[in-house]
Ligand binder design. Structure first.
Ligand code: NAP
Length: 486
C-alpha cells in the first residue's frame, strides 16, 4: 500500500482507479486511539469533490468490462482477497482495536467474518440468477435474468469497520457492479487496509475505489453524483433519511440499515443463566456499540428478582480496559464524542427517575474514553433511556406481569431490528415469532448474533426494508429483466 510517513505518523491515501493517491486538497485528518488519549493511529485524506469525481468516473469506466466477466472469474478475485485478508488478520484486527476500541478478540472474530463473507460471495458467482416461468404462449420462452445495477456508492459506519464494508462490497462486486466506498472517518485506516487486500488480489483498476473524508461532504457528493446508480448505507437514522431523500430525488436505488433499540424478553420459564449470559454478551460486548445490541431487558415478575441478582453479579465481573490488553472484556467507547453521548444518556436516566443499579461512571479517565457497564431499572417505558438508541454499554430492566405485556412493551419502539426471547415454552416462542416486529428474531440466543448466509435487516425505522447478506443481497445489487423469446 502506498503510504507516506511523516513524523512517525503513517498517512493513508485514497484508492482510485487501482492506485493510491493523495487528495487534491492536500489536507489530512488523524485517526485517534480511544483507548490511549493522544495516540494517533494514522492519518487519512480529507477529500474533495474532484477526488470523488475521479473515483466515480473510474468505477463507471471499469464497470463495462467487469460486468462482462463470468461470475466464476469475479469470484476468483474474491477468493484471492479472502486469503490475503486471512494472512493479515492480526494486523487488521489490531488496527481496528486501535481505531475504535473493541477488544482484539472481537476484532479478530470480525475480520475472520470478513474472510468468510468474501468466500461466501465468491460462490455466488456460480449460482442461478433467474427463473424460467411458464408462458401462456406454448411456443415462447419466458424467463428472468439479473443484471448489475451499475456503480454502487457504499457508506459505512465505524462499529464494524471490516465486516460491514465487505458485506456490502462483496455482493456488489460478485453481481457485476463496481464500487466507490466512503468509510466512517473514525475507522478510515482499517478500511484502507481492507481495500489494500482487494488491491493485492489484483482486481482490475477502477472496480473498487475508496475516498475518505467528511461524511457530510463526500456522502452528499456521492448521492448526488451522476455516475452513482445506487447507494447502500449503514449508520444513523438522521443521515440515512437525508440520503434517502436525495436518492429518491435522483431516482436511484438506495438501501439503508440504521439504528435499533433491541429488546430481550425473559419469560418466567426461561433458563436464567443462559438469559443472563446472553444479555451481557448481546448488550455489552463491543461496549454496546452494535446496531443489534440488547438495550431493553423485559423480565416477567416471577423471575425478575432472581434474574436481576444474577445479572448484577456477572456485570460486576466485567473488566474494562484497552482492547489490546489480555484480560480486557470491554474496551472504551469509540471516541470522546461517543463517550459524552453515553454519559449524557446516563445522566438523563437518573434525572428522569430510573434507578441506577450498577455503573454509570466514567473510568480510567486519564487513559482514554472508558465508561462502566451500566444497568438501570425503569418503571416507565417512556424514559429516554428506554426509547432512544444509546449505542453504549447501558441496559434498562423493565418488569412485566405477562408475556402479552412483554410483547407489547417490546414492540413499543420506533425501531425493529433485532429481538430475543428466553423461554422453554413453544407457545411463547410462537407468539414471539408471530407478534414481535423485528427483522431478526432470536430465541434463546443473544440479540446481536448474525449469520452471514442469512438475510439481515430490520423493520420499522431500522431499515429501508431491504435485506443485506446471504442470498437476499441479490435483490439490491441487481435488477431483474423479464425476457420473452419467441
Ligand atoms: P453516522 O454518523 O450516520 O455515520 C455513518 C456514515 O455516514 C459514516 O461514514 C459517516 O461519515 C457518514 N455520514 C455522516 N454524515 C453524512 C451525511 N450528511 N451524508 C452522507 N454520509 C454521512 O453513524 P455512525 O455514528 O457512524 O454509526 C452509528 C449508527 O449506525 C447507529 O445508529 C447504529 O445503530 C447504526 N448501525 C446500523 C447497523 C445496521 O446494520 N442496522 C450496523 C451498524 C451500525 P463520517 O464518519 O465521516 O462522519
Amino acid at each position: 500500500m502506498n503510504t507516506t510517513t511523516e513524523s512517525k505518523t503513517t498517512t493513508f491515501l485514497n484508492y482510485i482507479n487501482g492506485e493510491w493517491v493523495a487528495s487534491d486538497t492536500g489536507q489530512t485528518e488523524v485517526s485517534k486511539n480511544p483507548a490511549i488519549k493522544g495516540e494517533v493511529v494514522g492519518s487519512y485524506q480529507l477529500s474533495s469533490s474532484n477526488d470523488f469525481n475521479d473515483a466515480a468516473t473510474s468505477a463507471r469506466i471499469a464497470q463495462k468490462a467487469w460486468r462482462k466477466l463470468a461470475g466464476s472469474v469475479r469470484g476468483d478475485y474474491l477468493l484471492k482477497a479472502a486469503s490475503i485478508l486471512e494472512e493479515r488478520i492480526d494486523d487488521i484486527a489490531a488496527t481496528m482495536t486501535r481505531e475504535m476500541g473493541k477488544t482484539f478478540a472481537e476484532a479478530k472474530g470480525e475480520t475472520a467474518r470478513g474472510v468468510a463473507i468474501l468466500r461466501y460471495y465468491a460462490g455466488e458467482g456460480m449460482r442461478s440468477v433467474g427463473d424460467v416461468i411458464p408462458s401462456t404462449d406454448s411456443e415462447a420462452l419466458l424467463f428472468t435474468t439479473r443484471v448489475p445495477v451499475g456503480v454502487v456508492g457504499v457508506i459505512t459506519p465505524w462499529n464494524f469497520p471490516v465486516a460491514i464494508p465487505l458485506w456490502k462490497m462483496a455482493p456488489a462486486l460478485i453481481y457485476g457492479n463496481t464500487v466507490v466506498i466512503k468509510p466512517a472517518s473514525e475507522t478510515a485506516i482499517t478500511c484502507a487496509k481492507v481495500i489494500n487486500c482487494l488491491h493485492d488480489a489484483g482486481f482490475p483498476a477502477g472496480v473498487i475505489n475508496m475516498v475518505t473524508g467528511s461524511g457530510a461532504k463526500i456522502g452528499t457528493e456521492m448521492v448526488n453524483h451522476r455516475e452513482i446508480d445506487a447507494i447502500t448505507f449503514t449508520g444513523s437514522n438522521t443521515v440515512g433519511k437525508q440520503l434517502a431523500h436525495s436518492a429518491v430525488t435522483r431516482g436511484i436505488k438506495y438501501q439503508l440499515e440504521m439504528g435499533g433499540k433491541n429488546p430481550v424478553i425473559v419469560a418466567s420459564d426461561a433458563d436464567l443463566d443462559l438469559a443472563v449470559d446472553a444479555t451481557i454478551s448481546g448488550g455489552l460486548k463491543s461496549t454496546g456499540q452494535k446496531c443489534t445490541a440488547t438495550s431493553r431487558v423485559i423480565v416477567q415478575k416471577e423471575v425478575y428478582d432472581r434474574f436481576k441478582e444474577k445479572l448484577l453479579e456477572k456485570v460486576a465481573e466485567i473488566t474494562v480496559g484497552d482492547g489490546l490488553e489480555s484480560g480486557t472484556w470491554m474496551g472504551p467507547c469509540a471516541s470522546e464524542g461517543q463517550l459524552n453521548t453515553v454519559l449524557s444518556y446516563i445522566e438523563k436516566g437518573k434525572e428522569e427517575g430510573a434507578t441506577l443499579l450498577f455503573g454509570g461512571n466514567r473510568v480510567l479517565e486519564n487513559k482514554g474514553y472508558y465508561v462502566e457497564p451500566t444497568v438501570f431499572e425503569s418503571t416507565s417505558p417512556d424514559l429516554t433511556i428506554v426509547r432512544e438508541e444509546i449505542f453504549g454499554p447501558v441496559l434498562a430492566l423493565l418488569k412485566v406481569d405477562t408475556l402479552e405485556e412483554a410483547l407489547e412493551l417490546a414492540n413499543d419502539s420506533e425501531y425493529g431490528l433485532s429481538a430475543s426471547i428466553f423461554t422453554t415454552n413453544i407457545g411463547n416462542m410462537l407468539s414471539f415469532i408471530n407478534e414481535m416486529d423485528a427483522g431478526l428474531m432470536r430465541i434463546n440466543a443473544e440479540s446481536a448474533g448474525v449469520e452471514l448466509q442469512a438475510p439481515f435487516g430490520g423493520m420499522k425505522q431500522s431499515s429501508s426494508h431491504s435485506r443485506e447478506q446471504g442470498r437476499a443481497a441479490i435483490e439490491f445489487f441487481t435488477s431483474i429483466k423479464t425476457v420473452f423469446i419467441k
